[in-house]
Design a protein around this ligand. Structure first.
Ligand code: NAD
Length: 357
């Protein structure tokens, strides 16, 4: 049966990197019989430009009807002065919560060819393969009450609410343990249970869920220590599971261990395996339109889509091998370029992956 992919390029470098990912999907269609159809729609600033909303109704309808969503990135300085509810990021938060995408998988995998692109010593990062499972629809980014108010004494204050229900913690814990069973069978749960009640409940529930996974080794770590350990000795981790905000920050730290934010894909899944797939980086307005952005994170997001939603693991492997081959050939975009390798632009990198397929 033909599967439907909603393709949402977004803003900044979004359309440039998505074009290369679409090229890869078109190649899988024409050469390897992948049965998909793709439909494009605007989101973020592009959504605001087209329909005065960061998540236009037609885009949401398309995303809901599709089997999977492929997203570029949203945001740009031209939208920074819009009212908060119309800003591009609202489109992203909105689609994640409308689709119930509560489980965000962010791999930090270091390709051996790029070991020197990391700012850390090769012996600290070589062989690195971490998967951060970040809860995506709860906690302080969504909790209410929230706002900015003026107190009786005239002083303004800002406030947010960090809140998790037991079922929310349980389902993200299960998601992490299920994935750990397919990897190194280790889960490190990251919280701030020494200070926060919400973390106290988090730790209790994760510990209870772990009893259903006797083969998985569970450890707990405070988030400040986890940030330190990620830089000090990152290879101690296999799967890390954590809260929305902690995961936001830690996964960016983990991404830098691998050298470039331009290499890392992500998946956000609902309870049934439907997913939205996107690079972890943003819209990079500083390089948008220059044709130099690295499309590999987006192309590797397509591989995750094939593996987690479309059940086409062999094609996912094929993409990942093609990326590895391109790196073997010394082909690099500017962000991962080192002396002695060949610097190419976004389009040439996409063409190289297609050729390697
Ligand atoms: P960013 O990830 O866009 O860029 C950070 C740095 O990494 C920049 O120097 C950029 O040039 C570089 N970079 C990012 N992706 C790259 C790629 N594929 N190839 C080469 N270099 C790349 O983060 P930022 O600068 O903090 O944010 C820029 C805009 O993106 C903001 O509007 C922000 O809100 C938005 N944003 C969106 C998302 C998303 O859509 N998921 C995520 C983060 C930030």
């Amino acid at each position: 049966m033909t599967k439907k992919i909603a393709v949402l390029p977004g803003d900044g470098i979004g359309p440039e990197i998505i074009a290369e990912a679409v090229k890869v999907l078109d190649t899988l269609k024409s050469r390897f019989g992948l049965k998909i159809e793709m439909e494009l729609a605007p989101i973020g600033g592009a959504g605001y430009d087209a329909a005065k909303q960061p998540l236009p109704e037609a885009t949401l309808k398309l995303a809901k009807a599709a089997n999977a969503v492929l997203l570029g990135a949203v945001g740009g300085p031209q939208y920074d002065n819009l009212p908060r509810e119309l800003r591009p990021e609202r489109g992203l938060l909105g689609i994640r919560s409308e689709l119930g995408l509560f489980s965000n998988l962010r791999p930090a995998l270091l390709y051996p060819q790029l070991v020197h692109a990391s700012t850390l010593k090769p012996e600290v990062v070589s062989g690195l393969d971490i998967l951060i499972v970040r809860e995506l629809t709860g906690s302080i980014y969504f909790g209410k009450p929230r706002g900015i108010r003026t107190r009786d004494d005239g002083v303004r204050e800002g406030f947010n609410t960090m809140i998790y229900s037991e079922p929310e913690i349980e389902r993200i814990a299960r998601s992490a343990f299920d994935i750990a069973m397919k990897r190194g069978k280790k889960v490190c749960s990251v919280d701030k249970a020494n200070v926060l009640e919400v973390s106290e409940l988090w730790r209790e529930v994760v510990t209870r869920v772990a009893k259903d996974y006797p083969k998985v080794e569970l450890s707990h770590m405070y988030v400040d220590n986890a940030a330190m350990q990620l830089v000090r000795a990152p290879k101690q981790f296999d799967v890390m599971v954590t809260d929305n905000m902690f995961g936001d920050i830690l996964s960016d730290v983990a991404s830098m261990l691998t050298g470039s934010i331009g290499m890392l894909p992500s998946a956000s899944l609902d309870a049934k395996g439907k997913g939205m797939y996107e690079p972890i980086h943003g819209s990079a307005p500083d390089i948008a339109g220059k044709g130099i952005a690295n499309p590999l994170a987006t192309i590797l997001s397509v591989a995750m889509m094939l593996r987690y939603t479309l059940n086409e693991a062999a094609l996912a492997d094929r993409i990942e091998q093609a990326v590895s081959k391109v790196l073997d050939l010394g082909i690099r975009t500017a962000d991962i370029w080192t002396e002695g390798t060949k610097k190419v632009g976004t389009k040439e990198m996409g063409d190289a992956v297609v050729a390697a397929l």
